[in-house]
Design a protein around this ligand. Structure first.
Ligand code: IPM
Ligand code: MG
Length: 356
């Protein structure tokens, strides 16, 4: 039976970048990969169609699917909706609904883009970091939350940072196992000097290390980690951290590689089912102009093929093609150096397909 891939274009540049990634997957399909596509809206697009950012229609398709490919959600026109109806809530809801607790965000520098980074080429060349971000807990989901009037009659905003031991353990296992397959170095990022939640996090990571004795574990406070990421990013191999710190550090790490437009991500549950999306947002300012960089989404499709379809060879075929188009000098605006010819989103897609 075909493996079903749910396609969720989302908002902003989502539809354009997902279109290119889908065309890449269709090349594999033509060459014999047994996959089928089902389209569904998420975020603002879903609100427009069904009045909810993660409607039942989309839930049904995504729950049945073997993997989900997502563009991005969010656009200013939805900013004044009630909070539960906003596009971002749709993204959080699908992560929670499919139990996608393990978010893998690789930050790899392609040699051709060393000059596109705002850091000196010698600081970033050869960079290859994997950020493992916990995705279904922490202050993103902790109760109580909300904005209400407190006992002094003043409005107050509340969010709650919390992690259970089992939540920390399961993401820890993913991170240690990933480190074992790489350079066997794991940095756990916390704020244990201030926050008890992350004190527990640190203790459990230390405990887990006994099951992975070949991995060297170190701990870093999040403020220091942010500094070290720009000072000496190549000291990192695998980084494991909670939802909010991972959100921030992964954006930061992405810029080391020249553009956030290059970074894919995978969000996995216990069974390997996953949602794959670029790490960047919906870029409403350039939406609909065929200018966006589709490479992060195309690389997300490669991760989908690797992790949810277990086809390493096909995944590598996509990744090699991306490397090749960069070598050939194809650049969207976000990764172009001065004087280089700029291609559109769809031209970049064409180039990748030709390179395949
Ligand atoms: C991300 C995004 C999301 C997050 C937003 C859009 C809810 O920033 O995937 O990193 O905060 O997780
Ligand atoms: Mg983010």
């Amino acid at each position: 039976m075909s493996k079903v891939i749910a396609i969720l274009p989302g908002d902003g540049i989502g539809p354009e970048i997902v279109r290119e990634a889908r065309r890449v997957l269709e090349v594999l399909q033509k060459d014999g990969l047994d996959i089928a596509f089902e389209d569904a809206p998420l975020g603002g697009a879903a609100y427009d169609a069904y009045g909810s950012p993660y409607p039942e229609f989309t839930q049904n398709i995504c729950r049945r699917a073997d993997a989900v490919l997502l563009g991005a959600v969010g656009s200013p026109q939805y900013d004044n909706l009630d909070r539960p109806l906003r596009p971002e809530r749709g993204l959080l809801a699908i992560r929670k609904d499919l139990n996608l607790f393990a978010n893998l965000r690789p930050a790899v520098l392609y040699p051709e883009l060393a000059n596109a980074s705002t850091l000196k080429p010698e600081v970033v060349s050869g960079l290859d970091i994997l950020i493992v971000r916990e995705l279904t807990g922490d202050i993103y989901f902790g109760q109580p939350r909300g904005i209400s009037v407190n006992e002094n009659g003043e409005r107050e905003g509340i969010n709650t940072m919390r992690y259970t031991e089992s939540e920390i353990r399961r993401i820890g296992h993913i991170a240690f196992a990933a480190a074992q397959k790489r350079n066997k170095k794991l940095t756990s990022v916390d704020k244990a000097n201030v926050l008890e939640t992350t004190e527990l996090w640190k203790e459990i990571m230390t405990d887990l290390n006994r099951e992975y004795p070949d991995v060297t574990l170190n701990h870093m406070y999040v403020d220091n980690a942010a500094m070290q990421l720009v000072k000496n990013p190549k000291q990192f191999d695998v980084v494991v951290t909670g939802n909010i710190f991972g959100d921030i550090l992964s954006d930061q790490a992405s810029m080391l590689t020249g553009s956030i437009g290059m970074l894919p991500s995978a969000s996995l549950n216990e069974t390997g089912k996953g949602l794959y999306e670029p790490s960047h947002g919906s870029a409403p300012d350039i939406a609909g102009q065929n200018k966006a960089n589709p490479l992060a989404t195309i690389l997300s499709a490669a991760m989908l093929v690797r992790y949810s379809l277990n086809n390493e060879q096909a995944a590598c075929r996509i990744e090699k093609a991306v490397g090749k188009v960069l070598q050939q000098g194809y650049r969207t605006a976000d990764i172009a150096e001065k004087g280089m010819k700029i291609v559109s989103c769809s031209e970049m897609g064409d180039a990748v397909i030709n390179a395949m």
